[in-house]
Design a protein around this ligand. Sequence first.
Ligand SMILES: Nc1ncnc2c1ncn2[C@@H]1O[C@H](COP(=O)(O)OP(=O)(O)OP(=O)(O)O)[C@@H](O)[C@H]1O
Ligand SMILES: [Mg+2]
Length: 234
Amino acid sequence: MTNPIRDNATALLQVQGLARRYRNDSGTETAVFEHVDCSVARGEFVAIVGDSGVGKSTLLNCLAGLDEWQQGRVLHEGLDLSALDETGRALWRRSHVGFVFQAFHVLHHLDVWHNVALPLMLLQRLDAQGRQRVEQLLQAVGLQGLGQRLPWQLSGGQLQRVAIARALVHSPALLLADEPTGNLDPGTAAQVMELLLHQTRAHQAALVLVTHSMEAARRADRVLRLTAQGMRPA
Ligand SMILES: Nc1ncnc2c1ncn2[C@@H]1O[C@H](COP(=O)(O)OP(=O)(O)OP(=O)(O)O)[C@@H](O)[C@H]1O
Ligand SMILES: [Mg+2]
């Protein structure tokens, strides 16, 4: 599918020659992936597919500056993430990135409402409008009325929706989602995909979605396949 936005906009995200390697106990390096190149425009939805273990979650972590890489560059609006120290990356991530982790990573001592509100709290934007936004998102992911529950009182699919609402609440420019519909029934999965797409379009955000679901990938402007040798159109 062609994407008009991509043709006349500068990239929000650029990945150039990225390589992630691990060094084992005997000092030998093994590459997870190498030569990964891609760029994603504002408002664009890119799906990444690939075999289990090929490095999709690792790549998303690199895109968010949550993991290290051994070669190559990750640029956000021209800003090279390697140029920032850990604190700088954390501050940048706080305002620019929404991340739906494969393992959710909700905070277990906070109730659902405060888990979703957390990005706004950190940005000091939890005013009346911010609180309304939290309510809107709880409603949008079908968790209205469950705001006071603690994470252990939720099902896997409900936890996933907390993670999705939290990633969207501060309207980030870049939304990274790792199998965001993996634990959901088909109906809820479709609703969540609609929400991710709607939010991406409404805020001209870029959505990079890792998925094994062809149903989800079908909605993307482009589908890329990650292999150990790099990224190519699927
Ligand atoms: N500390 C480590 N040392 C060596 N290899 C590691 C380490 N951490 C992760 N790996 C390897 O990196 C590879 C990529 O893992 P990753 O979780 O990114 O895969 P994935 O594509 O997201 O898989 P899935 O589809 O199952 O979620 C795996 O083969 C994993 O074994
Ligand atoms: Mg993964």
